[in-house]
Design a binder for this molecule. Structure first.
Ligand code: KG4
Ligand code: ZN
Length: 333
C-alpha cells in the first residue's frame, strides 16, 4: 500500500509517498519563500498559480526518485483545509483527478491533524495518549489525543496564533518574511533583558493570547533608538516570553490530565529556544517530549501522506467530492 501525499495549503508545495510497512519512501518540497518575500508576505493568488506550476512535476519527481510507477500508488491524500482556498483547490482538484483516473481512493486530510501526527514518522514515535501543542502560522492549539481521530481541544489562542505573533513582531523589527525564523536568528545575538508579559498565565485555563505581546513589542521598539543591539534584545525577550508562556500552559495541561507525554508540532516548533524551554519543563514533570524533525515541523507532504493513510484505514473523508475548506475546526474531525 503506497499513499501519495499532497500539501498545498499555503506557501509550500509538498509531495511524499508513505508505505505502512516500509515507512516514508520519499518526500519533496518546493518553498515559495523567494517569490513571496518581495511582497513581505504570502500573496494568495501567486501561491495558487505557483502550486499549479509545481505540483505535477513534483509528483513525477517523487515517483521517479522512489522507483515507483503511477500504477503502484494505492491512494492519494491531500490537504483539504484549513488554508488558502485557491491553494487548497489546486491540491484537492489535482488529487481527485488523479485518483479518478487511476481508480484509487482520494482522502481529504485536515492540515492540523497532519502536523499533529508528524512526530509519528520519527523512530521514537509517541504512544497514545498524549498532549499535543500545535503551534503554526494560523493556529495555537492544546489537544488531548487519545488515539487517531480522538481529539479533545483543551485550549487555543483567543487572538493571534504563535506563528502570527512571531511574523508580525518580526515585521515591526523590519525583518523580512518569513518572520519567525528571522526573528529567532536575530534573538541569538541579543539578551532577554526586557520583561515581556506572560499572557493569561496568572489565571486558570489553557487558552492563549499573543496579541498583547505584539503590542508590547511595538511600544518597546518605539521607545528605543532602534539600534541593532536593541532590536536583538527585543527579539530575544519576545521569544523568551512566547517560549515561557507555552511551557507554563503545557505544564498545566500535563498536570491537569495526568499525562506524561507531550508532542510539539507545527512551524513554530522548529524554534530552538521553544524546543529547549519545553524540554526543560518536561524533565521537571518527569514526562517525555516528542518533536518532528525540523523539516517536518513546517508544512510538508510527508505528514499528509501519513495522516491520509490513517484516515484511509479508518474509512473516513473518502469519496469523489473535492473537499476544500479554508476554515475547518479540528473539533469537527
Ligand atoms: O506550520 P507552518 O509551516 O504553516 C502553517 O500551517 O501555518 O507554520 C508557519 C509558521 C510561520 O508563522 C513561521 O514564521 C513560523 O511557523 N516559524 C517559526 C520558525 N520557523 C517557522 N517561528 C519561530 N521560529 C522558527 N524557527
Ligand atoms: Zn502548517
Amino acid at each position: 500500500m503506497y499513499v501519495l501525499g499532497i500539501e498545498t495549503s499555503c506557501d509550500e508545495t509538498g509531495v511524499a509517498i508513505y508505505h505502512p510497512q516500509k515507512g516514508l519512501i520519499n518526500h519533496v518540497l518546493h518553498s515559495q519563500i523567494i517569490m513571496h518575500s518581495e511582497y513581505g508576505g504570502v500573496v494568495p493568488e501567486l501561491a495558487s498559480r505557483d502550486h499549479i506550476r509545481k505540483l505535477v512535476p513534483l509528483i513525477n519527481q517523487t515517483l521517479s526518485e522512489s522507483n515507483l510507477q503511477k500504477t503502484d500508488i494505492n491512494a492519494i491524500a491531500y490537504t483539504a483545509g484549513p488554508g488558502l482556498i485557491g491553494a487548497l483547490l489546486v491540491g484537492a482538484a489535482t488529487a481527485q483527478s488523479l485518483a479518478w483516473t487511476w481508480q484509487i481512493p482520494a482522502i481529504a486530510v485536515h492540515h492540523m491533524e497532519g502536523h499533529l501526527l508528524a512526530p509519528m514518522l520519527e523512530e521514537n514515535a509517541p504512544e497514545f495518549p498524549f498532549i499535543a501543542l500545535l503551534i503554526s502560522g494560523g493556529h495555537t492549539l492544546l489537544v488531548k489525543v487519545e488515539a487517531i481521530g480522538k481529539y479533545e481541544l483543551l485550549g487555543q489562542s483567543l487572538d493571534d496564533a504563535a506563528g502570527e505573533a512571531f511574523d508580525k513582531t518580526a515585521k515591526m523589527l523590519e525583518l523580512d518574511y518569513p518572520g519567525g525564523p528571522k526573528l529567532s536568528a536575530l534573538a541569538i545575538q541579543g539578551q532577554a533583558s526586557i520583561k515581556f508579559p506572560r499572557p493569561m498565565t496568572d489565571r486558570p485555563g489553557l487558552d492563549f493570547s499573543f496579541s498583547g505581546l505584539k503590542t508590547f513589542a511595538l511600544n518597546t521598539i518605539n521607545a528605543s533608538n532602534k539600534t541593532f543591539q536593541e532590536k536583538a534584545d527585543i527579539a530575544a525577550s519576545f521569544q523568551e516570553a512566547v517560549a515561557d508562556t507555552l511551557a507554563i500552559k503545557c505544564k498545566r495541561a500535563l498536570q491537569q490530565t495526568g499525562l506524561k507525554r507531550l508532542v510539539v508540532a507545527g512551524g513554530v516548533s522548529a524554534n530552538q529556544q521553544i524546543r529547549s524551554c519545553l524540554s526543560e519543563m518536561v524533565i521537571k514533570e518527569q514526562a517525555d517530549i516528542y518533536f518532528p524533525r525540523p523539516e517536518f515541523c513546517t508544512d510538508n507532504g510527508a505528514m499528509i501522506a501519513y495522516a491520509g493513510y490513517q484516515r484511509l484505514v479508518s474509512g473516513v473523508n473518502l469519496g469523489l467530492e473535492i473537499y476544500a475548506r479554508p476554515r475547518w475546526p479540528m473539533s469537527e474531525l
